[in-house]
Structures are given as structure tokens and as C-alpha cells.
Design a protein around this ligand. Structure first.
Ligand code: ADP
Ligand code: MG
Length: 576
């Protein structure tokens, strides 16, 4: 294995690499960087996500940029807005010690005027989605005449998203003496076609599945009664809000059930199994690849076609029979330099499965405590606090703040934070208020875990004093899958209940609007009527009503609502 110092990079870049904390180059970096610096042929690199491609093309193209020239010299094409932003940010970090280099990201879905302004001074490097780039080229805002490096990042993904025409149009506009670097996880026909027509002196580099991947995977299990398996899965997901993972099931039916249960519960999940058409499978896989989907529930067979191995978690809803399949599954987690986590949910009947796998993979499993309701609420609140802390305020927001400040004039900072937490995390507190400990101990079976009674948080949590009506036994707390992200507010919720039931006399209390859900309390004797009305009224079409514990649900359309674009954006942001 080489060191970064041996690759021929400048001192300025090496200093940034050290500051970022990269210790040694990844295999693809080791191959691509010296090649780009020393020769002038093209490159096709077949490599999966998480192999360090950004630095592989980023470092050498930065080094080969002549900042003295006021021209765009490098063009990086990438399939999505998120990736464009990510690449541009990453290049910014690498070039922190390089004077005066201008890097701009342009992509669809954002007001073009802002991007036009960013292009006022010619950037040296442009990172773009193909459609928006062509738009700007046609407007005469971007000149491709001086491009010396074209990078096609995640080329197969761009083709999947229908960018072939835009890409060939761009390729036709570029100077003939440029170099082309093509990165892709797979090698479909169209890519071979592009390569034949537009590339020359091609050096092919394939970075295989990292065989040693298992080395940086932690093997864990959770031990729980059979009937708690699904609840344990939900806790695991709630405890890891930034999860990007696959939940492996054994049968199609189980896959469907688990995915359906998660979607109903508002998780950003979907299923991949053999009963889907090829087109449906492709669509789910693509959404997962580009991280529009956080959780994929899959059978082993269906997941075989999925070339994603940079998962934060692999979850075994059921362990496979053979250890080889286990190795396959768990090898999908663990990024460059980051430990992955493989967690099996084990019930007493599968007690022996663990030791069998341990023997084969020569690694030991460790028991992981199932998070308690308190653990989850604390974690969620801290997660939100960290997001708020890290969130960069965009200057633009100032123009909108006047009325907001006025509205909240009287509210102290502490109170404001309490309210934000209540709004965003209140539903977790509701859901987990009476949550049981689901851990079984391997030896001392069924012995309940000692809880610390000094824990102040736990005390308030249990009492749930702040809940008025919901605690009242004559009221039942319900939940619907519309929330602030759907521009829902208490008035609209009341209006909806009135419209759907046709009854304005129902008492609705204690409304909480969370991002994706709203909660409210209604008198016990009205509950059956309300469910009926929601299940049959046209006005409730597509809306899911359930009780807070998720034991009961009614919906009057057969398809579960998929994540809205709002949720996608949130998730995208979270995943970074
Ligand atoms: P890809 O484009 O292949 O999916 P990225 O370039 O996004 O991969 O890199 C994946 C992650 O690995 C990023 O978080 C990146 O910062 C990190 N990374 C890249 N190269 C190295 C390295 N040499 N050492 C440690 N971490 C690295
Ligand atoms: Mg990448």
C-alpha cells in the first residue's frame, strides 16, 4: 500500500489531505491519481460507492488546474443535486490551501438566477447535473471551449435517470483534446457505447469488492422475544436517525410485511423482493442508491442485483442459514476508513445460530442492548440539537425573519427550545412513554434489566405530566400521517376532522403537529365513528389514521403514501 506522499501531489494538496484526516489512499485513489498526473489517456473506473472516487478525480484535476487562466477547465457531471453539492464541497476542502480557485455547482431544482450570479466570475471547475448544464450553455452563461478534463461521475446512474441525450450533446461540444474520466458502478451497454465513440487510450481500472471488508465490520446481536422482533427493529431505526441500511428478511412475505409496517410508521423505507417487476425493482434500487431511500427491506436474492456497499448498518431481521450469506450481507457495510455495523435480531429459538456463524467467520459477536424509550428520546433530541447547532444559516433567510421574531418576541430561548423539541420529538415521547424493556439476556433468561431510578429524565418521562387530555382515560390519542411537511396546522386538522366526520361537535384536544404526523386526542366513545369516517369518506382519501401505539390503523387507499419530496430533502440533508 502506498502513502499519499508517493502519488505526486503538491504540498498544498497534501497539507489539506492531512488536515481532513485521510491517512492512506484508497485503492482507486492509488491507481487513478498517479495515472492522471503522469499520462494523458482517458480512464474508465468501475467502482462502487464509498470507494473514494471524489478524491481520486478531484485531487489530480485540482492539481492540473491553471488558476492563472480565467477559463473553465474541468467539468464534473453528476446525477443529482445532492451529489453535485457534495462533490463541490469536497473539492473545496481539498483545495483549501490553493489560492484563488473557483469551484461552482449548478443543478436543477434551484432558482437559476442564484446560479447565474455564481457564474459571473468564470469558475475553474464546474460540477453540474447534465440538464442544468445544457440549459446554462444554451443561455451562453457557460463556455465549454477550454475544458481539459471531463469527469462523468456515477455514469450508470446518470443514464438510469435519462441523461444520455444531454451527456452526448455535452460530449459533442467539448474540445477534442480533452480527457474523459468515467466512473461507474456497473458497465451497461450505453456506457460501452460512449466509451467507443468519445474516449481514447482508455485505461480500465476495476476496484473489486473489498474482500477484507469484513475486517472493519462490528458484529452485534440483539436478543428479544419472538413477538417483539418488529418493535426492536423500529427502536433500532429510531435510535439511528441517520441510518442508511438494508434490513434482510428471509421470505418475500416477511419482506413485504416488514416494509409495509415501516412505511406505515412513517419511516423512509421500501421493499425489494422477487414479486416486483423489473421496472419496480430498478426504481427502488435507484432511489436507494442515491439515498432518497434510507432503509431497504430485502431478500438475499433480490439484494444480489444491488451494488451498494457503503451502508451504515446491515440488519438481519432473520439470520440466514449459511454463514456465507451472512458474510455477503455484512460485507455491504463499512466505508473507507469507517467501521460498519451488522446487527442480528435474535429470538430464543435461534440461540445457536450465532455461535455457528462465529465459528465460520472467525469473529465474535457482541450483545447490543436494545435501546429503551428513554435512550431513543434522548438520542433524538440530542440529534436535533446537533442539527440545529451545525446548520449553517443562509443570509437569505434574514428577509423573512421579521414577522417570525415578532411572533415569538415573548418567548425565552429556553422556552423556544422546549417548544421546538416538543414539536419535533414530542411524538417519540408519546410513543415510548410506557415502552417496555425488550432485552432478553442470553444466560439469565427473562430477567428484567435494572433501571436507574435516579435518572431524572426517566422520571419526567414516565409521568408525562405535560400531556393533558391524552392522559385522561376518557380520551384516546390518535395519529394521522399528515404533518408540518404537508403544511398541516391545528386549524387544518380540525377542519379535516369536521369535514370527514361531518360532525362539528366532536371534541378534539391536545393537538401536536410533527413534521410527518399529527397527534390529537378525542373522546373514547367517538373513536369508532372517527375510524369509520376516515376509512370511507372521500375527503380522507390517502390519509392514514391510527392510534399512537401503532396497534390499529385505518386507511382508505390501498397504497401506502410514499415519502414526499419534502421528506426526501430532509433525509438528504440528514444523510450527509
Ligand atoms: P465514492 O464517490 O466512491 O462513493 P467518496 O469520494 O464519496 O466515495 O468517499 C467516501 C467517503 O470516504 C467520504 O466520506 C470520504 O471523505 C472518505 N474518504 C475518501 N478517501 C479516503 C481516504 N483515503 N481515507 C479515508 N477516508 C476517505
Ligand atoms: Mg461519489
Amino acid at each position: 500500500m502506498k502513502t499519499f506522499d508517493e502519488l505526486g501531489l503538491t504540498a498544498a494538496l497534501l497539507e489539506s489531505i492531512r488536515n481532513i484526516g485521510f491517512e492512506s489512499p484508497s485503492p482507486i485513489q492509488e491507481e487513478v491519481i498517479p495515472y492522471l498526473l503522469q499520462s494523458d489517456g482517458d480512464v474508465i473506473a468501475l467502482a462502487q460507492t464509498g470507494t473514494g472516487k471524489t478524491a481520486a478525480f478531484g485531487l489530480p484535476t485540482l492539481q492540473l488546474t491553471d488558476t492563472g487562466r480565467n477559463e473553465t477547465q474541468t467539468l464534473v457531471l453528476s446525477p443529482t443535486r445532492e451529489l453535485c453539492v457534495q462533490i463541490a464541497t469536497e473539492l473545496g476542502k481539498y483545495s483549501a490551501k490553493m489560492a484563488e480557485i473557483r469551484i461552482v455547482a449548478v443543478y436543477g431544482g434551484e432558482d437559476i438566477r442564484k446560479q447565474l450570479r455564481a457564474l459571473d466570475r468564470t469558475p475553474h471547475i464546474i460540477v453540474a447535473t447534465p440538464g442544468r448544464l445544457m440549459d446554462l450553455v444554451r443561455r451562453g452563461k457557460i463556455s465549454l471551449d477550454a475544458i481539459r478534463h471531463l469527469v462523468l461521475d456515477e455514469a450508470d446512474e446518470m443514464l438510469n435517470m435519462g441523461f444520455l441525450d444531454d451527456i452526448t450533446e455535452i460530449l459533442d461540444l467539448l474540445p477534442a483534446e480533452r480527457r474523459t474520466l468515467l466512473f461507474s458502478a456497473t458497465m451497461p451497454q450505453e456506457i460501452a457505447g460512449i466509451a467507443r465513440k468519445y474516449m481514447r487510450d482508455i485505461r480500465e481500472i476495476t476496484v473489486g469488492k473489498r474482500g477484507e471488508a469484513a475486517q472493519n465490520v462490528e458484529h452485534l446481536y440483539m436478543f428479544t422475544p419472538r413477538e417483539s422482533r418488529f418493535e426492536v427493529l423500529k427502536r433500532l431505526l429510531d435510535y439511528n436517525p441517520d441510518i442508511y441500511g438494508i434490513v434482510f428478511c428471509r421470505t418475500r412475505q416477511e419482506t413485504k410485511d416488514v416494509a409495509e409496517g415501516l412505511m406505515t410508521g412513517g419511516y423512509n423505507a421500501d421493499a425489494l423482493h422477487g414479486d416486483l417487476t423489473q421496472a419496480q425493482r430498478d426504481s427502488v434500487m435507484n432511489k436507494f442508491r442515491i439515498k432518497h431511500l434510507q432503509i431497504l427491506v430485502a431478500t438475499d436474492v433480490a439484494a444480489r442485483g444491488l451494488d451498494v456497499n457503503n451502508l451504515t448498518h446491515v440488519i438481519h431481521y432473520q439470520l440466514p442459514d449459511d454463514p456465507e450469506t451472512y458474510t455477503h450481507r455484512s460485507g455491504r457495510t463499512g466505508r473507507v476508513g469507517k467501521t460498519g455495523v451488522s446487527i442480528a435480531i435474535i429470538t430464543p429459538r435461534q440461540h445457536n445460530a450465532i455461535s455457528k456463524i462465529e465459528k465460520c467467520i472467525h469473529r465474535e459477536f457482541r450483545q447490543l442492548e436494545i435501546p429503551t424509550g428513554e435512550d431513543i428520546c434522548r438520542r433524538q433530541m440530542l440529534h436535533l440539537a446537533m442539527q440545529i447547532h451545525e446548520n449553517q444559516v443562509n443570509g437569505e433567510i434574514e428577509a423573512w425573519m421579521g414577522p417570525v421574531f415578532k411572533q415569538l418576541e415573548e418567548v425565552s430561548k429556553e422556552d423556544l427550545l422546549r417548544r421546538i423539541m416538543q414539536l419535533e420529538c414530542g411524538h417519540f415521547i408519546d410513543y415510548y412513554r410506557e415502552a417496555d424493556d425488550l432485552n432478553l439476556q442470553f444466560k439469565k433468561k427473562d430477567k428484567p434489566r435494572q433501571k436507574s431510578h435516579e435518572d431524572e429524565f426517566a422520571q419526567t418521562f414516565k409521568k408525562g405530566k405535560h400531556r393533558g387530555d391524552a392522559q385522561h382515560s376518557d380520551f384516546v390519542r390518535l395519529k394521522i400521517d399528515r404533518g408540518r411537511n404537508d403544511r398541516f396546522e391545528p386549524r387544518r386538522l380540525l377542519g379535516l376532522i369536521n369535514d370527514v366526520t361531518g360532525d362539528r361537535s366532536i371534541i378534539v384536544g391536545d393537538i401536536d403537529i410533527a413534521p410527518k404526523f399529527s397527534f390529537f386526542s378525542v373522546p373514547k366513545h367517538q373513536v369508532a365513528r372517527i375510524y369509520d369516517a376516515f376509512a370511507t369518506s372521500k375527503k380522507a382519501k390517502g390519509i392514514r389514521l391510527g392510534d399512537v401505539k401503532g396497534d390499529r390503523a385505518s386507511t382508505n387507499n390501498e397504497k401506502t403514501r410514499r415519502a414526499t419530496s419534502h421528506e426526501y430533502k430532509r433525509k438528504g440533508k440528514r444523510n450527509k
